[in-house]
Design a protein. Structure first.
Length: 263
């Protein structure tokens, strides 16, 4: 997806994705189209409102553009909602009535799924859990404009930024991550790879990220008390080795005496 181009550039990516899916699908042509997009958005009107990670779309009528192009009934929803519904229906949340889903990658998106139905809130913009603030004094603004959002502190770009700041403050300290050359090119993937190879600096940075996620998920439990919390996304999958660390710390950040029972 082109996030720095024009609105038309991004729409062209959607068209190409639809064409790839339909070309590999069954012989019968599709009768409906479903499209997921980074939020916030209005799924009822099919408008992408003001996604921090899709700045090329502001109040963009994505549903109308797709229906105009293909002449088929179309449904638009937040990409985290779509992923959360899939997990609740066929994946790790199958068999549970109340599911909280978080995707951790370039951003942090969330979904609340109750009895296999997405909770949309009053206008469709509910469950933007990635933009819950965990530090009102955070030095860096989140892409949404708020200070201290968990997305701005524990997403992939935030992890890479944390490592760069640690190196700028205290030096490399024997880390292998300086091998990337220009530190501006350092990515979350670089940090995760270094951690898996026993890099101390990467481990320290990921421990901070994991502790922040524990604080956040403790708040989620106090608010929703879901039966299960599912973590997906590129970074989410890469740090599954930290889930035990996170789970052990959640009870310290939740008033719920049975928080440790939630998978």
């Amino acid at each position: 997806m082109v996030v720095t181009g024009t609105a038309s550039d991004a729409l062209d990516c959607v068209h190409r994705a639809i064409e790839v899916v339909t070309s590999k699908g069954p012989e019968a042509p599709p009768s409906v189209i479903g499209v997921s997009s980074p939020g916030p958005l209005d799924p009822r009107k099919g408008i992408v409102l003001n996604s921090p990670n899709m700045p090329c779309w502001r109040n963009y009528p994505l549903l109308a553009e797709i229906e105009r192009a293909y002449g088929l009934p179309t449904r638009i929803d937040n990409d985290a909602n779509a992923a959360g519904l899939a997990e609740a229906t066929w994946g790790a949340g199958a068999g549970y009535d109340n599911v909280f889903y978080a995707t951790i990658g370039t951003g942090i998106g969330t979904a609340i799924v109750l009895n296999r139905i997405i909770f949309h809130g009053r206008t469709g913009a509910a469950a933007e859990g990635g933009h819950m603030s965990v530090d009102m004094h955070a030095p860096v603004l989140c892409g949404c404009g708020k200070r201290g959002c968990i997305e701005g502190m524990a997403s992939g770009p935030a992890l890479a930024r944390r490592v760069r700041e640690m190196i700028a403050k205290d030096g490399v300290r024997g880390s292998t991550m300086l091998a990337v050359g220009d530190l501006r090119a350092l990515s979350a993937e670089t940090v995760v790879g270094a951690w898996k190879n026993g890099d101390g600096l990467a481990t320290e940075a990921l421990a901070v990220t994991a502790d922040l996620l524990a604080v956040w998920l403790g708040n989620i439990i106090d608010l929703l008390e879901p039966e299960v919390m599912i973590v997906g996304g590129g970074l989410g999958a890469s740090i599954s080795g930290w889930f035990e660390h996170i789970a052990a710390r959640i009870p310290a950040w939740s008033i719920n005496p049975r928080a440790n029972e939630i998978r």
